[in-house]
Design a protein around this ligand. Structure first.
Ligand code: HDD
Length: 707
């Protein structure tokens, strides 16, 4: 319903109430009205949705005096409550928890040799985008940092219509055929009888499904890697997953895979940190993106493509139409063709982030689908889900979903029709109206002309049967630290599985992936012997390792996009705090001051430094590196404060650089922190910044027993 723009307050007077019987309250306004008058400002007249001015927004209409019953006649109360009762819509069945931002995409390299799509051929054009990141399993009100795949959806409002690239931060998927999607999702969401676990993947049900679905093994390797515990949404990669086609003007086709690469580089957390972040800040990723955009520190991603022909695809040792397979960059290199920058936070979360409706079937001329059976199922599912989620067939008219280019057709009416089409003609062919829309062979969408022969049947190609080679490729391509994280993640997750035969079945599959991995997980679970491996239809092959699949070696040593916390108390040395802050900010970090009291601390120069966070509510998990600057007295005092001791102990355990002055040593001692290359004197701001740019991976074996 379009809301009427209310007239300025001065032009409309509240209606008079007529004669007030003596026994009723004499002042219609409630206390809230009086208090808000003091807040000042010029406010428009409050009205109902019909534009009727409201005189009292605090009290319902009563009969028989102020303590009498409320009246059904109160159309203002009824309208307000009715609207409120219907404020929620069904949340997404998957990817319910999301965070989005507006931005632009600018093409830097034309693909005109391969496609007619203007967004991929017109260098320099800035195309508006709306990009939503999400977790998969949790509900809309769950947390940002579980171990989970992250959704990465981009709506490009191109001049030729909306193009939605609906991907994830992982280039492969759990299943090969859309027929299995409801099953994998049912198994991963909370168990239906008990309603838990919430937020992250379920235990027995999920691993039961996985143990019986070997095609998911490659995706499981990714899910158990540090990719699923990202530091921030600004530091995740994105993948279109499927092969698509690019079509040139003659209809010639080239296959393409789309990749997003964050300009800040990829970065993850460590598992203990991710667990503690859930307690520290449910909205850690959403807040990070919000704060970065508000600060003008706009996150950006390069769009890269892998291009290959049908003949090249036929020579791959895997089937690229199988969404459980990736194409190693070493086989088909990435070409960067443009950059997306997110620079505007939505004005309203519900209207935009919640109501945005992505659909992989939204595609523009010059791009086409491949025969990937998972993609084909998706082409149906997304439009269908919006019909119930957004309530009817006109959701494309919601501003965030509407194309920004002209659009016209003969589709009419339906729930919540916002447009008022003019004229007699709502059909085609027609001859009665000169301006009714017509299809155009030249500009219109063209499909690739494919020849498919063979018999009809519910079948899976033999070329999809190798479930382990790429799982092995992924595991063996990781650095030793990442392999240890994966083994430990598997032990952690399987330790939550109560059913012994499910745990054993998974370890059995791991034997095909990598026998050493299977052994480490079996040891971590306390198994006396390795369970048998299931029969593999195709024996796994060794592929050349792909270093591009690692994270740790590819993380950028930088403080850009990262946050440094400085813990202070009364008497902290002002010069040291100032020098650390300056050094961190010059290196691109955001700096936050933490103190036992939010009012801050009176530093050695007698000046009060306000705090950005109070110690008990701002643990070191929310920072990338920390400094502790304390007077001797404050150090002694805080060494008996668990929040301060945890602050340094967690920073140390999470492999972060720590700068501490003499006064802070008492807290470090209470935290049992031993000096290493990442523990520095607070006077050495330069050394601290160097260490703060990276995680202290060498420290890990001293603080954690990994599988
Ligand atoms: Fe999906 C949402 C990504 C397979 C059915 N999916 C959804 C979102 C993302 C993905 C990022 C959130 C969109 C948003 O922010 O609103 N989905 C993927 C990827 C897949 C995939 C990368 C495999 C490569 N999805 C997939 C299949 C089906 C669906 C096979 C069904 C056959 N997905 C849906 C859905 C959702 C959805 C049920 C829920 C909400 C929505 O669509 O709008 O239709």
């Amino acid at each position: 319903m379009a809301s009427k723009t209310p007239a300025p307050a001065t032009s409309r007077k509240p209606p008079t109430t007529g004669k007030t019987p003596a026994r009723e309250a004499t002042d219609l306004r409630g206390e809230g009205d009086e208090l808000q008058q003091q807040a000042g400002g010029t406010h428009p007249q409050l009205t109902t949705n019909q534009g009727i001015p409201v005189a009292d927004n605090q009290n319902s209409l009563k009969s028989g005096g102020p303590r009498g019953p409320a009246l059904l006649e109160d159309f203002i109360l009824r309208e307000k409550i009715t609207h409120f009762d219907h404020e929620r819509i069904p949340e997404r069945i998957v990817h319910a928890r999301g965070t989005a931002a507006h931005g632009t995409f600018e093409l830097t390299k034309s693909l005109s040799q391969y496609t007619t799509a203007r967004i991929l051929t017109e260098v320099g054009t800035k195309t508006p985008v709306f990009t939503r990141f999400s977790t998969v399993a949790g509900g809309a009100g769950s947390v940002d940092t579980p171990r989970d795949v992250r959704g990465f959806s981009v709506k490009f409002y191109t001049q030729e219509g909306n193009w939605d690239l609906v991907g994830n931060n992982i280039p492969v998927f759990f299943i090969q055929d859309a027929m299995k999607f409801p099953d994998v999702v049912h198994s991963v969401k909370m168990e239906p009888d008990r309603g838990f676990p919430q937020a992250a993947s379920a235990h027995d049900t999920f691993w039961d499904f996985i143990s019986l679905t070997p095609e998911s093994m490659h995706m499981i390797m990714w899910a158990m890697s540090d990719r699923t515990i990202p530091r921030s949404l600004r530091t995740i990669e994105g993948f279109g997953v499927h092969s698509f086609r690019l079509l040139d003007a003659d209809g010639n086709s080239t296959f393409v895979k789309f990749h997003w690469r964050p300009t800040l580089g990829i970065q993850s957390t460590v598992w203990d940190e991710a667990l503690k972040l859930q307690a520290a800040d449910n909205d850690f990723h959403r807040r990070d993106l919000f704060e970065a955009i508000q600060a003008g520190d706009f996150p950006a991603w390069d769009l890269a493509v892998q291009l290959f022909t049908e003949e090249e695809a036929d020579a791959f040792p895997f089937d690229h139409l199988d969404a459980t397979k990736l194409i190693p960059e070493e086989l088909v290199p990435l070409q960067v063709i443009g950059r997306m920058t997110l620079d505007r936070w939505p004005d309203n979360f519900f209207a935009e982030t919640e109501q945005v409706a992505y659909c992989p079937a939204n595609i523009v001329p010059g791009i086409d689908f491949s025969n990937d059976p998972l993609l084909q199922g998706r082409l149906f599912s997304y439009l269908d889900t919006q019909l119930s989620r957004l309530g009817g067939p006109n959701f494309h008219q919601i501003p965030v979903n509407a194309p920004k280019c002209p659009f016209a057709n003969n589709q009419r009416d339906g729930h919540m029709q916002m447009q008022v089409p003019k004229g007699r003609v709502n059909y085609e062919p027609s001859s009665l109206q000169g301006d009714s829309p017509r299809a155009s062979r030249e500009a219109g969408y063209r499909h690739h002309a494919t020849v498919d022969d063979g018999v009809k049947g519910r079948v899976r190609p033999d070329s999809f049967a190798d479930h382990y080679s790429q799982a092995r490729l992924f595991f063996r391509s990781q650095s030793a630290i990442e392999q240890a994280h994966m083994a430990s993640a598997l032990v952690f997750e399987l330790s939550k599985v109560e059913t012994a035969h499910v745990r054993e079945a998974i370890v059995g599959h791991l034997r095909h992936v990598d026998p050493t991995l299977a052994q480490r997980v079996a040891d971590g679970l306390g198994m006396d012997a390795l369970p048998p491996a299931p029969e593999a239809r195709v024996q796994p092959q060794d592929m050349a390792v792909s270093p591009a699949l690692r994270i740790i070696d590819r993380m950028r040593d930088t403080l850009q996009g990262r946050c440094v916390g400085i813990l202070v108390h009364d008497g902290s040395d002002a010069a040291t705090v100032k020098a650390l802050r300056k050094a961190a900010e010059s290196a691109g970090a955001m700096v936050k001051i933490v103190a036992p009291k939010l009012g801050g601390a009176k530093l050695s120069d007698g000046k009060r430094m306000p705090a950005d966070g109070q110690l008990a509510g701002t643990p070191s998990t929310v920072f990338d590196a920390v400094a502790v600057v304390l007077s001797a007295d404050a150090g002694k005092q805080l060494s008996r404060e668990a929040a301060a001791v945890d602050w340094v102990r967690d920073a140390f355990g999470h492999l972060k650089a720590i700068a501490a002055d003499d006064g802070a040593q008492a807290v470090l001692k209470a935290g049992g922190i031993a000096k290493d290359a990442g523990v520095l004197d607070a006077g050495d701001a330069k050394g601290f910044i160097t260490q703060a740019k990276t995680r202290q991976w060498d420290r890990e074996k001293k603080v954690r027993m990994l599988a």
